[in-house]
Design a protein around this ligand. Structure first.
Ligand SMILES: [Cu+2]
Length: 406
């Protein structure tokens, strides 16, 4: 959350200093999103979900690089809603990024809000989703951005039977051949599969990857089929083999091999250095009803934190408070390093004398437009070691060094 604030602030400082010069897309594409509740039947169960335009997943937004996108979102559901355009850089339009309480207040039931942005120098696949509470579980869809007319894809024609990863989150990668891949939450990838095997039916499998030890989760895999024209419809395929749900090495083998296609713009000089710990703290119980509300380790509560600070949602969105100069809704003192050090790696879930309580706050780090920022992210094992995907709203960042303990 704090990271996303950082990014939004950077874009914002720019518009405040210059005359808005809207980037013009070649084509303007309008979408009308109606958010509403819908009944779905699956696996003999009937459930009410929140969806867009009676579709689950929601409608695909198709565009070309440089297009302008206008989406009118009408909230016909009984819940607060915002939509986030995950991966879109939102150049000169950060107020349309969508995270609730950061760039806007939620769209309330019965209200509508129109998002408007240009896909400046971006192509590939993205993901839009609700950015309020649990609604993202069903309110989501794809964004597919094709290159400009006449611009070819930067990879050769497919040549073998494995999967070739070509793009991740709208950034081209060096073509990487594999037979499996791992996707983080919200991540998209473009892969090529060449159909040059004997005619038949082949299975593909998808399952959860869980690096933490202990927390319960639904370990259910999904199977789909890749069926050649001419294959016997009911032919039996060999089951696709999935690695174990906690096979860190299988994940590392693939994901550490990904490389960006273009590396020429990596800044060599750094203006601002941040050291940021991320993870989950155990806080002391402050509830009057501890049996209901304090079921964490050591009868505490769990609190995700960065530099030992848990984010508190403000009642006026951070961007609006900043733009209008309304004081009291956020502070500008997000620390450049943790304020308190303890053994971040080897577990310290609020056991005396180690106090791992996080502070609470709506803290931001403000940087000038154009600042070259280096962030050292240190995952913590206060409760348990697990992977934490990091997403920086509005940016594609360079990964300098990566150390992973297996
Ligand atoms: Cu995002």
């Amino acid at each position: 959350m704090i990271l996303c604030l950082l990014s939004l602030m950077m874009s914002f400082a720019y518009t405040a200093l210059s005359v808005p010069n809207w980037p013009g897309g070649r084509t303007t594409r309008f979408y009308d999103f109606k958010v509403h509740t819908m009944t779905v039947n699956k696996l003999c169960n009937t459930k009410e979900i929140v969806a867009v335009n009676n579709m689950y997943p929601g409608p695909v937004v198709y565009a070309q690089q440089g297009d302008r996108i206008i989406v009118k979102v009408t909230n016909e559901s009984p819940y607060n809603v915002t939509i986030h355009w995950h991966g879109v850089r939102q150049i000169l339009s950060c107020w349309f990024d969508g995270p609730s309480y950061i760039t806007q207040c939620p769209i309330q039931p019965g209200q509508s809000f129109t998002y408007e942005f240009t896909l400046v120098r971006q192509k590939g696949t993205f993901f839009w989703h609700a950015h309020v509470s649990w609604l993202r579980g069903t309110v989501y869809g794809a964004i597919v951005v094709y290159p400009k007319t006449g611009v070819p894809y930067p990879f050769p024609y497919p040549y073998e039977e494995h999967i070739v990863i070509l793009e991740a989150d709208a950034e081209y990668t060096k073509p990487f051949t594999t037979d499996r891949l791992m996707l983080g939450p919200g991540q998209t990838m473009i892969v090529l599969v060449t159909a040059d095997q004997p005619i038949g039916k082949y299975s593909m499998a998808m399952g959860p990857y869980m690096s933490a030890q202990g927390p319960p989760f639904q370990n259910i895999s999904a199977i789909a089929y890749f069926q050649y024209l001419g294959a016997v419809p009911n032919s039996i395929s060999l089951p696709a083999r999935l690695p174990n749900f906690n096979d860190n090495l299988a994940v590392k083998t693939v994901m550490d091999g990904l490389r960006g296609l273009n590396t020429s713009n990596v800044p060599k000089e750094i203006d601002t250095n941040l050291f940021v710990t991320i993870g989950v703290n155990v806080n002391k119980c402050r509830s009057k009803t501890p049996q209901q509300n304090c079921q964490g380790i050591n009868n505490g509560t769990m609190a995700a934190s960065m530099n030992n600070i848990s984010f508190i949602k403000p009642t006026v969105s951070v961007l609006e408070a900043y733009y209008k100069g309304i004081e009291g809704f956020f502070t500008e003192d997000f620390p450049e390093a943790p304020l308190r050090f303890y053994d971040f790696v080897n577990g310290a879930p609020n056991n005396a004398p180690v106090d791992t309580n996080s502070m609470n706050g709506t803290r931001t780090k403000v940087v000038e437009y154009g600042t070259r920022v280096q962030i050292i992210l240190q995952d913590t094992g206060t409760i348990s070691t697990e992977n934490h995907p990091i997403h920086l709203h509005g940016y594609s960042f360079y990964v300098g060094i990566w150390h992973r303990r297996l």
